[in-house]
Design a protein around this ligand. Structure first.
Ligand code: GDP
Ligand code: MG
Length: 670
């Protein structure tokens, strides 16, 4: 008899650690249907027919964020056989808030009281028996990272699911709130039954003023009137608004439970240590420099030291394999054109992208250390005030920062954001952070045209990118993405040593996703580009690159770029090839002009005036992200059309800015 278990808890309560312990390697990642929220599923190690679904970390069941809606929909529509609610026992008051809401759903449920090792070590204690009585559901103390109590937890959960034992208690309310919930429960009982939701949950949500629930229950005008009166009366009697009234009600009961079951002699060792560490890491003045220092260190380690070294090694290996394949194909005597396609197109295209893999893996290793240790929550907290002005939350900061290295991991890192709106907005802004693949272009052009002001031009480019990001952020905040970012929960988790297993699994997931992309989207794109670059319209193999389909198309498009100062087919073709990878702009110029490294600068000054060169640089800074980034956008936003819209938007912005720079510049320099 197969059963489904939903694993639910606050962020940083140990959900991932528990999920990994329960499922081992029997897990796979996908998306929830219709949204880009990650869905992890796996079967229990010793019970193959018991499926566990890891739901997003949330603080409540109010539909503020995509994650909360996803969790709610899953619980109501998929009807799991049992909910496993994981609590951070060192922070039990805040964690119980979600528990009380989950209980109202009436689904068979057990509580996994995690981090009991820390509670014990601090000399505090929790009376599990009493807690279980007060909540009306089984409570099992565990320590996910130490693998303690997990067998008992699973046995209990399976028993509860098999016997379909619902929570024994649902009534946590008293006084006015009690009256309101119960009178509304009578009113809407039939509606709730129709859509298969527990009456109690529906009634509570209606008292809370949850629009989504009002729509789903199909409450008619008449009933809405009655609902309004009941709520008005409650608000007047209590002198608070409806949401506060319900929050109060829940916290009162939580207070009661904790007085009953929790004995607190002192703070946990980890908490005390965290307070000490936070004196420095969230210090008013030092917090941001320290954070920049840590990120610089991670960048340096992943791009220059470890990742860079491994990338070079891998590139070396790929080169070796390519040579071997080259020889084999020659010996086999394959058609020379197919030969060139495989070696020059596929191997060099996919190979270049694959050589980024170590970089991404190393980067994600460090990032998951920051995330799981609890440091990321602090960064978000510190940056929140500043970024809120641009309609973002503090959590957007890290992905944007990674964007200076490479947009692909940056876009992948937006998964840590709490709401879908914040995620979309961040994804749109990441391409404005100049990625490191554009550096070779900047280096080439600044050396050729702005020799005495090289650093100044480079810094200027980075700043233009950031400024455009801020501007576009403002624009979106007041148009496309109205409304405030998800409110921030101020309570920070204690610093903890991350579990190596979780970090490794996380790295593996990222690496695998990247490899899959390299062999699908990127493979396809490089093949197409290579064909366009090596054939003319009559499908003859070209000898001079100026005759290829790509160059011809470049020449057609070139007039569009004349107002920007670089309406030559070489420039346009280089930009088009830059779509595969930004470094390709440089190699294309070399191929198209037939110049070598030493004479390339001189060759470029035949094509560009200094002003046009600057406009070209700004255009490359801002125009469409490369195909790998676009495919990451497609993956995260869930639709190819949205990815195309991002491309078009970026290119439009680039055109306008480069146009302004060239035209206004012309007044001064001509
Ligand atoms: P999630 O955000 O809910 O997925 O939480 P994680 O599984 O990432 O855990 C957050 C942090 O708590 C990690 O650093 C874990 O290693 C740590 N952790 C999880 N469970 C335990 C536990 O039982 N005891 C201790 N001491 N640490 C734990
Ligand atoms: Mg997690």
């Amino acid at each position: 008899m197969a059963k489904t278990f939903a694993l639910i808890g606050n962020p940083n309560s140990g959900k991932t650690t528990l999920f990994n312990q329960i499922t081992g390697s029997n897990q796979h990642v996908g998306n929830f249907p219709g949204v880009t929220v990650e869905k992890k599923e796996g079967s229990m190690k010793k019970h193959e027919d018991m499926i566990v679904v890891d739901l997003p970390g949330i603080y409540s069941l109010s539909p503020y964020s995509a994650e909360e809606v996803v969790t709610r929909d899953f619980l109501i529509k998929e009807k799991p056989d049992c909910v496993i609610d994981i609590l951070d026992a060192t922070n039990i008051e805040r964690n119980l808030y979600l528990t009380l809401q989950l209980i109202e759903l009436g689904i068979p449920m057990v509580v996994a009281l995690n981090l009991m090792d820390e509670v014990r070590a601090s000399g505090n204690s929790i009376d599990v028996q009493k807690l279980s009585q007060d909540l009306g559901i089984p409570v099992i103390p565990i320590s996910a990272s130490k693998n303690e109590g997990i067998d008992e937890l699973l046995q209990k959960a399976i028993a509860v699911a098999m016997q379909k034992i619902p929570p024994q208690k649902m009534d946590f309310c008293t006084g006015e709130v009690h009256r309101a919930i119960h009178s509304i429960a009578h009113l809407i009982e039939d509606h709730a039954q129709n859509i298969g939701v527990s009456t109690r949950f529906a009634a509570t949500k209606l008292v809370e003023g949850d629009d989504l629930m009002i729509r789903e229950l199909q409450i008619n005008e008449n009933e809405k009137d009655i609902l309004g009166h009941v709520v008005d009366e409650m608000e007047q009697a209590l002198q608070t608004d409806r949401e506060a009234a319900l929050a109060d009600m829940r916290y009162q009961y939580i207070d009661h439970i904790c007085r009953d079951a929790v004995s607190r002699k002192g703070e946990t060792k980890e908490h005390l240590r965290s307070v000490q560490i936070d004196r420095i890491l969230t210090h008013q003045i030092f917090s941001i420099p320290i954070f920049i220092g840590i990120m610089a260190l991670i960048f340096w380690l992943s791009f220059n030291v470890i990742g860079g070294f491994l990338s070079d090694l891998l590139a070396y290996g790929i080169d070796g394999l390519t040579l071997l394949l080259d020889d084999l194909l020659s010996v086999y005597g394959i058609n020379p054109w197919v030969h060139a396609l495989i070696i020059e197109g596929v191997c060099s295209g996919v190979g270049t992208v694959l050589s980024f893999l170590p970089l991404i893996v190393v980067m994600f290793f460090f990032l998951s250390l920051l995330e799981d240790s609890g440091y990321m929550a602090r960064v978000a907290f510190v940056m929140d005030k500043l970024l809120r002005k641009f309609g973002l939350t503090g959590r957007s900061f890290v992905p944007m920062l990674i964007g200076f290295g490479c947009s692909v991991p940056a876009i992948m890192a937006t998964r840590t954001l709490a709401s879908e709106k914040d995620r979309k907005m961040t994804i749109l802004l990441i391409p404005f952070m100049s990625c490191s693949a554009k550096l070779p272009i900047y280096a080439l052009f600044t050396a050729a045209f702005f020799e005495s002001h090289q650093a100044l031009v480079m810094v200027g480019l980075y700043l233009i990118g950031i400024l455009m990001g801020i501007l576009v952020g403002f624009l979106f905040k007041h148009s496309l993405f109205k409304g405030n970012p998800v409110p921030f929960v101020m309570e920070l988790p204690s610093y903890r040593l991350p579990a190596l297993k979780s970090v490794l699994i996380h790295m593996w997931e990222k690496a695998w996703g990247f490899v899959v992309r390299a062999f699908t989207v990127i493979l396809g794109a490089t093949v197409i580009l290579w064909i366009l670059q090596s054939l003319d319209f009559r499908l003859n193999v070209v000898t001079a690159s100026a005759d290829s389909i790509l160059a011809t198309i470049g020449a057609w498009i070139a007039p569009l770029f004349a107002p920007l100062g670089f309406g030559s087919w070489e420039a346009v073709t280089a930009l088009i090839t830059g779509f595969t990878a930004k470094e390709a702009v440089v190699s294309s110029f070399a191929v198209l002009t037939g110049a070598d490294a030493a004479s390339l600068g001189a060759a470029l000054s035949q094509i560009f005036s200094p002003l046009a060169a600057f406009a070209f640089l700004v255009f490359t800074l801002l125009y469409t992200p490369c195909v790998a980034a676009i495919s990451a956008v497609r993956h995260e936003l869930g639709s190819i059309w949205k990815a195309i819209a991002v491309m078009a938007f970026q290119t439009g912005v680039a055109w306008v800015v480069a146009f302004l720079i060239y035209q206004i510049g012309s007044w001064f320099f001509l």
